[in-house]
Design a protein around this ligand. Structure first.
Ligand SMILES: Cc1cc2nc3c(=O)[nH]c(=O)nc-3n(C[C@H](O)[C@H](O)[C@H](O)COP(=O)(O)OP(=O)(O)OC[C@H]3O[C@@H](n4cnc5c(N)ncnc54)[C@H](O)[C@@H]3O)c2cc1C
Length: 335
């Protein structure tokens, strides 16, 4: 059985690709070189409904599923790896997590504003000494009776210095380990105990803002807890299971974009009087690249799809042999 997208999903795919080509591509080189983040792009993505996937309509959702958000992430990343980040920061990170674990009041208050792009979202797990091993985090939250007090430092946080409301993970009881972490919905702005700063030393993704956050006796309201006190590790794993799928879609998008660029170049560049794409050694790798891309793509898409709806699936590569049809599909000239 072959995997296929529905007409609506194909429309979403086309819309995301069209958006990336028209709104992101024209200034991409300059933006990456100057490390320019364009907040207006986040608003435009919101207006197109990119952040409403897998969320109920009453909170601004648009009836699309998780798979659609992954399709959008892949298409945006084909043009620019940086520009798929807002999906994780608005929809897949904070909004879907609050929709799963939040109270009715929290859902009503925050989700529509992440979906509409009014609030810039974020999630803060990573610290200078705590990456994959999240339970080793040093940030603490202490119950001070009428408020929570946050102390510690977060590092490599997307949107750190621009974010409004987002999720902060902290230890409320270190001795309880996996049951001693709690998730809070925190406003980074206007709190004298919170300092944020950008990180400018990344090797890539320069249009995606990344930064650090310091909490020093930061007072957080009592009703900021998401889920239960001590439920943070479970919430964190739920959130990472979703955001990591979007990261995988981003990687596939970047790979697909690279293959498209290589095919375009092979059709353009002439050596020894012929397009280099007509030489066998140039033609051989291209279908292999596509196969290696499509296998994980359809496998991961099946995983994404199974989160929200039944999908017919297949891991079969789109072109089973190195045939004339395949060459045609690859848009390569005849040898
Ligand atoms: C551009 C960018 C944006 C980011 N945005 C955010 C964000 O918004 N919020 C946030 O919280 N974090 C964010 N991060 C941090 C990111 O999630 C962490 O980098 C990630 O969790 C890995 O942590 P680490 O870099 O400390 O690597 P480490 O945990 O130190 O791992 C280093 C290497 O060791 C490997 N390794 C670790 N443990 C094991 C093991 N048990 N077995 C085998 N191999 C292992 C890892 O796979 C990796 O290859 C961002 C990072 C970047 C670069």
């Amino acid at each position: 059985m072959r995997f296929g997208l529905t007409d609506e999903q194909k429309m979403m795919q086309d819309m995301a690709r069209d958006f990336a080509q028209k709104e992101i591509l024209p200034t991409l080189k300059e933006d990456e070189a100057n490390h320019t983040f364009r907040p207006e792009l986040v608003k435009k993505m919101a207006d197109l409904g990119f952040f409403g996937c897998a969320l109920p309509e009453e909170y601004g959702g648009n009836g699309c599923g998780f798979l659609e958000s992954v399709i959008i992430a892949e298409q945006l990343a084909m043009i620019s790896g940086s520009s798929r980040l807002p999906l994780n920061m608005q929809n897949i990170g904070p909004a879907i997590t609050v929709n799963k674990f939040g109270t009715k009041e929290q859902k009503e208050r925050f989700i529509p504003k992440w979906v509409s792009g009014e609030y810039f979202g974020f999630f803060a797990i990573t610290e200078p000494n705590s990456g994959s091993d999240v339970i080793s985090m040093g940030t603490t939250a202490t119950d001070r009776g009428d408020h929570w007090e946050l102390n510690g430092q977060k590092m490599w946080i997307s949107n750190a210095h621009l974010g409004d409301y987002g999720l902060v993970y902290a230890m409320t009881d270190k001795s309880a380990k996996y049951k001693g972490m709690t998730c809070f919905i925190v406003n980074l702005k206007g709190n004298e105990g919170i300092i944020t700063a950008p990180i400018e030393t990344k090797l890539g993704l320069h249009c995606a803002p990344t930064g650090e956050i310091s909490f020093s006796q930061a007072k957080i309201p009592k009703d900021s807890v998401l889920g239960e006190v001590g439920q943070g590790f479970q919430i964190c794993m739920f959130q990472l299971n979703n955001t990591r799928i979007s990261c995988a879609a981003g990687a596939l998008g970047i790979g697909g974009g690279a293959i498209e660029a290589a095919i375009g170049y092979a059709n353009e560049r002439t050596q020894f009087g012929k397009k280099i794409g007509s030489y066998q050694m140039i033609q051989l790798p291209s279908p292999r690249w596509w196969r290696s891309m499509r296998r994980p793509s359809s496998l991961s898409t099946r995983q994404h799809g199974s989160r929200t709806r039944d999908c017919p699936t297949s891991t079969r590569p789109p072109w089973p042999s190195f045939s004339p049809q395949k060459r045609q599909c690859m848009r390569l000239p005849r040898p």
